[in-house]
Ligand binder design. Sequence first.
Ligand SMILES: C[S@@+](CC[C@H](N)C(=O)[O-])C[C@H]1O[C@@H](n2cnc3c(N)ncnc32)[C@H](O)[C@@H]1O
Length: 289
Amino acid sequence: MQLTPTSDHRLALREPRVVAAVDGPDAADYADAADYVAHTATLRGVVRQRLVTRALVSHLPPAPARLLDVGGGNGVQALEFARRGYDVTICEPDPKMLAEAERRLTDAPEQVRRRVELVRGDGREAARLVGTGWDATFCHGVIMFVPEPAPLLNVLVEVTRPGGIISVVGKNGPALALRAGLQGRWRDTAMLLGEPGAARVPRAAGTLPSGAAGTLPTGDDPANVAAILTAAGTRSLAWYGIRTFTDHLGDLPPGPDVDAVVDAEWAAGTRDPYRGIARLIHHVHRRTG
Ligand SMILES: C[S@@+](CC[C@H](N)C(=O)[O-])C[C@H]1O[C@@H](n2cnc3c(N)ncnc32)[C@H](O)[C@@H]1O
C-alpha cells in the first residue's frame, strides 16, 4: 500500500472535513467517518456493498486491471477488488476515511496491500491527482455530497480509458419517501413526496454539519445521472436497484440469513418494478469515445 501525498493535497494534519447524510430524525445514514465505518457493518451496509460487488464482477475486465475508486471511503470495494487481483487507487478527500481505509488494509495479506494506493483529494480534481486511462472508475455514494453531480460525473468519464467502465451509485431521488413512509415518519414522508403544505426539501450540498437532523437531503434523479454520463461519452450497460426491502431497517446487524437477504435484494434490484423504488441506484456505463 502506498499513501501518496501531492503538493497541494498532502496528507498533513488538517481539520478533517465532515461529511454527513442525515436523513431525518432517527434515520441518519452517517455523520462522519466513524459512523460510516459502523454503517458498513450493518445489514444495510453489507447489502449495499455486496450488491455493488456482485454487479461489477460481470462488467469489469479481468484482473489485473487498474481501478480508480473516487470517494472510496474506508476502502470496502478497493479491498474486495484488490483481493481479486486488481490494482486499485482510492482518491478520497477525507483524511479520517483514508485512515480507516489504511486500517482496514493493515489486516490484509501483503500482496493485497501492495495493490492498493491511497491518494487524498477531491474527485473533481482526479485528472490532475491520479491521471487518466483507468480501466474502470468507481464513484459510489458520493454524488449526493457535491452541489451539482455533472462536474464530478464528467471527470469520471474523462479519467476512464475509451472502452473502460464507469460505475456510479447515487441516492434515488424520486423514491426517497419510501424509507420515511415505511418507518412511519409521516411528516417527513409528506415533505419528501412534495405534498402541498410540506416544507421544501433542500439538496444536500457537499457537507452538512453533523447533527443537522431535520434536514432531508434530496437524491439524484437516475435518469439525469444516466443522461449526464451518456452526454459525456458513455453508453449504459446496466442499472441496478440497491436496498428495496431492507432500507428502512436502521442499524440492524446482519443475521444468519444474510445470504438469503442479499439474494432477495439482488433479485429485486435487477428487475422492474422493484429496482425503481430502491434507495440507491447503481449505474454501470462504458466509455465509448
Ligand atoms: C457514503 S461514503 C461512500 C464511501 C465508498 N464509496 C463506499 O461506497 O463505501 C461517501 C464518500 O464520499 C467522499 N466524498 C465527498 N465529497 C467528495 C468529493 N468531492 N470527491 C471525492 N470524494 C468525496 C466522502 O469523503 C466519503 O468518503
